[in-house]
Design a protein around this ligand. Structure first.
Ligand SMILES: [Zn+2]
Length: 146
């Protein structure tokens, strides 16, 4: 339910565990074990007086959700574009040659910095999708100087 929010928090560089396994007791156990703050829309869950630190999200739309989170935690503290948006793994910088066979030819010709995810092996580069993301963050008042 908060998948899009989770991806955006990762784009902002935050360590976000997210997945279908994380609900109810499993979610609470994960938060306790990893000392995470729970971000949830589960009204039943937040009635538990012993719930670890948590943030109850009211908004339906992800932009509003991101604003709610930004109002509660310092989102700008993360290093943007440093994590895989799918896996949450910190990205590893790789040499240009390593990207040759893995990215579209145009991207290879026009970019000189690449990162890869050690888990899913996706490649990342600071190109147009970053520009779009920066615009999105700017519209949310979350843009940092590049
Ligand atoms: Zn990944």
């Amino acid at each position: 339910m908060l998948g899009r929010l989770a991806r955006w928090l990762r784009i902002l560089g935050h360590d976000v565990a997210y997945g279908p396994h994380l609900h109810g007791p499993g979610l609470v156990a994960c938060a306790r074990r990893d000392r995470r703050v729970i971000v949830t829309r589960d009204t039943r869950l937040v009635r538990d007086p012993n719930l670890p630190p948590h943030l109850f999200v009211r908004a339906d739309r992800f932009r509003d959700q991101l604003r709610e989170v930004a109002a509660a935690v310092p989102l700008a503290a993360g290093e943007a574009f440093s994590r895989c948006v799918e896996c949450n793994e910190p990205l590893t910088s790789v040499g240009r040659e390593a990207a040759r066979e893995r990215v579209p030819p145009y991207v290879f010709e026009t970019q000189d910095r690449f990162w890869t995810c050690p888990s899913c092996h996706r490649f990342y580069w600071p190109a147009t999708h970053h520009a779009r993301m920066r615009e999105e963050l700017a519209s949310l008042g979350l843009e940092r100087s590049a």
